[in-house]
Design a protein around this ligand. Structure first.
Ligand SMILES: [Zn+2]
Ligand SMILES: [Zn+2]
Length: 441
């Protein structure tokens, strides 16, 4: 069959199942769940796969679900990813009353696109070479750190990101290419883009330990941990002029415990912060400076500081060849003028981790309105957000796996990973540390 014929059949399948796809999207949007707890969401994905007679594995990294479609001939394996989780935003109109979970990042649209693409692929897969893994992955949002610490101490996860954990467990070992599409509201209307990449980050959980004393009667007997952090914060700000523009550094702390009672010298201050930057090297360099600043604050007042470093996500490196194929296909459906060229983003995703070890892309599609992660982020155009986006995905898959999967094979042959899986896991482990510091003369 010609490519044109395949596309016609696949698109017809998507259109014929339009109502089911939209209903599926809305059902997930209405029952948001946060990372590693996406039980109902995963059940809906499993039910959709079962309805399509697609074999799947489930409970991968706790909630992940992976469907598989085999082509008529042997060839490479392409994974199409969709994220299961929501964020926490209690103000969101569809927020879960108890957990505060809400789909403020639009991941429900990714899942709808995955199932829509499955309808199309199912009808034409025998004409393609290789395999398509339809992978609903858990926990993209790096949140609920205390809950994830709990999972870690129970031995249920080692890393806090769903894709990180799936990589560690070998769930991507037999996958050659990775691809997903994320919702966007940056540009109104039917527009799509691949950014030049995105930041990586690490998280820090920091504790300043001083000594309590009566704040009025005997502050000279105390060690003020709040003052230690105040100096540390100023010291962090003093680093900012050393950050290079091209590294797109972001350092953003919050105080999660600021003292106990106003008449007592604060003896314990807790802080969480992220260090984000465009390259792994820059993240490490700035992390070192931030640690130095934290220690300077402790040193100045004679406090102690505990720093727990948690590896966050690595920068996204979009594969150039895959990018061009996706852009061409997006242009076929949206018009060339609606495929935008956009600079690197300073936000982060664990898709970055995958693009360091596999050829992959992380484009933005859809027609959402409102700001990402805000209560107003919602679908503005169902057709675009679910169906046309799924068709872009489908065209890309067909392009890669048609004609003996020639294009996929070319990309795989050319790909030079930044890191091997082993180097990647070693890197995450090297970024994981706990230190307690105090000045000794
Ligand atoms: Zn998000
Ligand atoms: Zn997201």
């Amino acid at each position: 069959m010609t490519k044109k014929e395949l596309i016609k059949i696949a698109f017809k399948e998507i259109d014929a199942n339009r109502d089911k796809i939209i209903h599926f999207a809305e059902s997930i949007n209405r029952e948001p769940e946060v990372g590693f707890q996406e039980i109902k969401t995963a059940a809906k994905v499993k039910a959709a796969f079962a309805g399509l007679c697609i074999k799947y594995q489930s409970d991968l990294a706790i909630t992940g679900v992976r469907g598989m479609l085999a082509g008529g001939k042997e060839g490479p394996t392409l994974a199409v990813l969709a994220e299961l989780d929501a964020i926490i935003n209690r103000d969101h109109p569809l927020a879960d009353k108890e957990s505060g979970a809400a789909h403020g990042c639009g991941h429900f649209a990714q899942l709808a696109q995955l199932i829509a693409a499955a309808y199309g692929l199912k009808a034409i897969m025998k004409e393609l070479s290789g395999r398509v893994v339809l992978f609903a992955v858990p926990a993209e949002e790096f949140i609920n750190l205390e809950f994830r610490e709990g999972l870690k101490s129970e031995g249920r996860i080692k890393y806090f990101g769903g894709k990180q954990e799936l990589i560690r467990r070998g769930e991507f070992d037999n996958i050659d290419l990775v691809f997903m599409q994320h919702a966007q509201s940056d540009y109104p209307g039917r527009k799509a883009y691949i950014s030049a990449g995105s930041n990586g980050f690490i998280g820090k959980s920091v504790r300043f330990i001083g000594r309590a004393a009566h704040a009025g009667a005997a502050p000279f007997k105390g060690i003020n941990a709040l003052n230690a952090f105040n100096i540390a914060l100023t010291a962090i700000h003093a680093q900012r002029e050393t950050f290079k523009d091209q590294d797109m550094v972001r350092v953003h702390p919050v105080i999660t415990k600021g003292g106990d009672s106003v008449n007592t010298v604060p003896s314990e201050i807790k802080v969480e912060l992220y260090v984000r930057a465009r390259t792994i090297e820059a993240v490490k360099e700035v992390s070192f400076k931030v640690d130095r600043a934290l220690k300077a604050g402790a040193m100045a007042v004679g406090a102690q500081v505990e720093i727990t470093n948690i590896p966050g996500y690595l920068p996204v490196e979009n594969n150039e060849k895959l990018r061009r194929i996706w852009e061409d296909n997006a242009a076929k459906l949206l018009g060339k003028e609606n495929i935008l060229s956009v600079g690197a983003r300073s936000s982060s995703t664990d898709m970055g981790d995958l693009t360091q070890i596999k050829p992959g892309i992380h484009p933005y599609v859809g027609s959402f309105s409102g700001d990402l992660h805000s209560k107003d982020f919602k679908v503005a155009d169902e057709e675009m957000s679910y169906l046309i986006s799924a068709k872009i995905s489908l065209l890309t898959i067909i392009d890669l796996l048609y004609d003996g999967a020639l294009k996929a094979k070319e990309i795989i042959a050319d790909f030079q990973p930044n890191l091997s899986k082993e180097e990647y896991l070693d890197l995450l482990d090297s970024l994981t540390y706990h230190t307690r510091w105090e000045y000794k003369s």
